[in-house]
Structure formats: C-alpha cells, structure tokens
Design a protein around this ligand. Structure first.
Ligand SMILES: NC(=O)c1ccc[n+]([C@@H]2O[C@H](COP(=O)([O-])OP(=O)(O)OC[C@H]3O[C@@H](n4cnc5c(N)ncnc54)[C@H](O)[C@@H]3O)[C@@H](O)[C@H]2O)c1
Length: 264
C-alpha cells in the first residue's frame, strides 16, 4: 500500500481526492492536514463516515508527517501554504503531488530547491486532467503553424477562485510563447489599448464554473478556437491520485503530469 497524506483535506479538491484514495486498492489515507476542522474525523468532515483519520493542524505539519510517515503528500491549498507544506514534506523525505496554483517565480524556486536538495520526487502541475494535458500539446501544434495569427487566451472559473489568471491559462501562454521563441503577455485591455504581437490573457469569474479555457488564433478571414471545458473537479482529482501512485515509484526529480500520462 502507498501511504498518502493530503493537505487542504477539507477543501473542494481535498475532499474529492480523499474520495478517490478510498476507492483505490493501492492507496491508504494516513494523514489529513488543514487549518480548519482540526481534531475532527476527516471522513465525517467530508461526509464519507468515520475514517479514524483526524484532521491535523497545518501549523504542526512536521509532527503530523513524523507520526503518519506517508510515502506521498498531495497538496491542493493556496500558494503561500503550499510552499511551506512542500518544503516540510521534502525535508521528511515525502514525495509530492502539487496541484496548488498561483505561485510566484520565487515560490516555485523555493519548492524546487527543497525537492532537489532532499532527493524526493514531485509532480507539479496546474492541471491534472488528461484533457488539459492534451490541450497544451494541441496549442503547441497550432502555434507552430499559426504563429503570426493574433492569439488570445480566455479562461472562466467559479467565483471562489483566488488566483487569476488560472495556472492552466498561464501554462497555455508559456507553451505558445516557448513554441514561438518568446512572446509578451497583455492581461485584459482597457482604454487606448491597440493590439501588438502579444498573447492576450483574460480571466472571467462567475457562479460555479469548474474551468473553461479557450485559445483563439485569429487571422485574416478566419479563426480557430481550441477549447477545453471541465465538467467536474473529478477530472483533476482522478489525475492527482494517478500522479500519486506514479510518483511513489520514480527516481527523484521534478515531473509534470504529461510525464505521468506518457505524453511526448
Ligand atoms: N492542478 C489542478 O488540477 C487543480 C484543479 C483544481 C484546483 N486547483 C488548485 O488547487 C487549490 C485548491 O483549490 P480548491 O478549490 O480545493 O480550494 P478550497 O479553498 O476549496 O480548499 C483549500 C483548502 O486548503 C486549506 N488550507 C489553507 N491553508 C492551508 C495550510 N497552510 N495547510 C493545509 N491546508 C490549508 C483551506 O482551509 C481549504 O480547506 C487552488 O490553488 C486551485 O487553483 C488545481
């Protein structure tokens, strides 16, 4: 059995990830960490019935990891919390699946150093769905052929999402920019804002939208839109659990979800 800890265990993603861990014959939930519901049974918090795993306080993550000795920690929290959780887990030789989004370059570097210095393995991805990982590949392909078209990225998410633009949209922009040898980004437009050769990035927030991403390649007389829509967070939760099984068995290093899926 692969022993799993979950940070953000009481959150939208944490609850679904635990549901998928419970369905797996290969995984065992040994630790649930959050900053709310401390001391309560995580199964009861998430409506699955008693699991005999009590929510541990994120402020004492070191002691929670020492007691439960997980093989892998899955983190879906917020960027500031995630950096701390990743550093502590790496120090305790716990492998990682990081789903949190909205990291600064500096936060990303702190996490990467801790992972490398402690010789653990980690999958870090702003999107664990299979569809989005294929979508990023399609964008690279389109950009290769339509590099001189105007490119706009439009993403839409629920009204509780904290970071903008989404990690998935940022990654989409990076994929296109790398393919085209470097592009500037313009976030939204207001006032006098004539279009240059940039990638435009736009974030829409409303209701319970799980996650829509559209990339528009517009030329003279035509346009192509490449679009991904998530219908349910299960697409991300299942991918994250798949990544947890995979990361427990690979040599140390930093990986992306496409490595887990074997996408070139
Ligand atoms: N990579 C992906 O596929 C993917 C998919 C969906 C969401 N996300 C990202 O995952 C993150 C969480 O999303 P969500 O919708 O579940 O949010 P949420 O607000 O429902 O859950 C976050 C949970 O983290 C907890 N938390 C806060 N600080 C903590 C800490 N220091 N240690 C432990 N837990 C802490 C909160 O109390 C909450 O229970 C966001 O960054 C979101 O963008 C990624």
């Amino acid at each position: 059995m692969i022993k799993i800890a979950v940070t953000g265990a009481c959150g939208r993603m944490g609850g679904l990830i635990i549901e998928n861990i419970l369905k797996s014959d290969e995984l065992q939930l040994v630790c649930a960490i959050d900053i709310t519901n401390i001391g309560k049974d995580i199964g009861e918090v998430n409506g699955f019935g008693k699991l005999d795993v009590l929510v541990a306080d994120a402020n004492n993550i070191a002691s929670a990891l020492e007691k439960s000795k997980p093989d892998v920690l899955i983190d879906f929290t917020i960027a500031t919390a995630s950096v701390k959780n990743v550093v502590e887990s790496a120090k305790h030789k716990v492998n990682l699946v990081v789903g949190t989004t909205g990291f600064t370059q500096e936060q990303r570097s702190i996490m990467e150093s801790a992972i490398i210095e402690n010789g653990v393995s980690a999958v870090i991805s702003p999107n664990y769905s299979i569809g989005v990982n294929v979508f990023w590949g399609l964008l690279a392909e389109a950009a290769k052929r339509l590099g001189d078209y105007d490119i706009e990225i439009i993403e839409a998410h629920h009204n509780k999402k904290k970071d903008a633009p989404s990690g998935t949209a940022v990654k989409a922009a990076q994929v296109i920019s790398e393919t085209l040898g470097g592009k500037e980004y313009v976030y939204g437009r207001e006032g006098l804002a004539p279009r240059g050769k940039e990638i435009g990035i736009h974030a829409v927030r409303g209701g319970d939208i799980v996650g829509d991403h559209t990339v528009l390649f517009a030329g003279d007389g035509e346009r192509i839109e490449i679009k991904h829509q998530a219908h349910s967070r299960q697409a991300f939760a299942k991918g994250a659990v798949k990544a947890a099984k995979w990361v427990a068995g690979v040599k140390s290093g930093i990986y992306e979800m496409r490595d887990v899926l074997g996408i070139e």
